[in-house]
Ligand binder design. Sequence first.
Ligand code: ZN
Length: 152
Amino acid sequence: MAQTQPDYYAVLGVARDAPDSEITQAWRRLVLVSHPDKQQAAGKSASPEPSNDIVLINEARAVLSDPAKRAAFDAQYEAPRPPPAAGPRIREHVSLEVFTPHPVDEPEKYTHPCRCGHEYVVTIDDLEAGVDVLGCPGCGEYIVVEYEEVEE
Ligand SMILES: [Zn+2]
């Protein structure tokens, strides 16, 4: 969704937590400086129609001085983007049964080739500790190793 709405706080030049009085004050000041009479007096070309500026300034004040509208604007304008999915990106689930056991290693470990050429490694200690997400040291992908609790 495109962000087309102007930032009313920036329009008025106030902080996002500015109190109502400050918003009204800022609005009044801006209305005065952008008033056609003032612009004429300052030697600027004045138009009988309100400029976009004053429309925007009035709009900003109307929204920010209304608690409900301001809250809605805050929520809309500052809506945080959805956070990236927590945790590692899991490529697939692999049963421990298809891992290659290395029973002579100490600690005993199981390996499974990754498509990148490196391999996933899980030791018997990891399994006993409940580790089931393995990262590939080569490409940074993750798999979940599926296994059942080993009964001694
Ligand atoms: Zn890999």
